[in-house]
Design a protein around this ligand. Sequence first.
Ligand SMILES: C[S@@+](CC[C@H](N)C(=O)[O-])C[C@H]1O[C@@H](n2cnc3c(N)ncnc32)[C@H](O)[C@@H]1O
Length: 219
Amino acid sequence: MMARTLEPEVMDEPEQARAYANADFEEENQGFVDRFRDFFPEFTEGHVLDIGCGPADIPIRLVRAMPKCRVTGIDASGPMIEIGAEAVRKAGFSHRITLRCERFQSCELADRPDAVISNSLLHHVPNPLQFWYAAKKTAKPGAYVLVMDLLRPESAEEAQAIVDLYAAEEPAILRRDFYHSLLAAFTEDEVAAQLAELNLSRLLIDVPDDRHWIVGGRL
Ligand SMILES: C[S@@+](CC[C@H](N)C(=O)[O-])C[C@H]1O[C@@H](n2cnc3c(N)ncnc32)[C@H](O)[C@@H]1O
């Protein structure tokens, strides 16, 4: 199994943030929101924290689907938060979505969230235990959790084959980021070990397809 190769933590190049925001993640992002609702049908209202919210497409889809929820999205990238704030304003959800430009490692919310979500963030993070620790300490005890990210392939060749299969038509900058993200991602066993280390035994990991893992449950 190939070792992890880190990529830059924060996506703060304006061009990179724009390319990411303009990419078509509709299926993936709507799929994430649908999965949240399938996992937790009893969760219909409350405060949701999106860690590494990027251009805020998931928060917008979530509040649209769940009219009694509000979202705080945090991202350490200024350009991402600017793009996200504009999208939130255009979608008419400024009263239900708050975006904050900050690292999750130093995030403190007076209004502790009832749920924590995060998509495609963990592979950016050098020390993943900081992420699980932040989720645990920021949210209410018993909060709902849904976290999804890429799965690291066995080899660089396999990573390239995944990029060629799923992103053949995407711009070069996105293909480059996708490839590096795959190399920086975690394996199922590594994520399971992270959860065990932080005693997050009520969170379960699943591998829904050839390139993602998903963790869901209650804190
Ligand atoms: C690949 S994007 C995913 C964005 C969004 N969750 C989505 O699914 O569209 C990962 C985001 O995490 C942000 N990020 C990375 N490290 C972070 C940190 N320590 N704290 C907050 N945000 C971070 C990056 O700036 C980037 O916008």
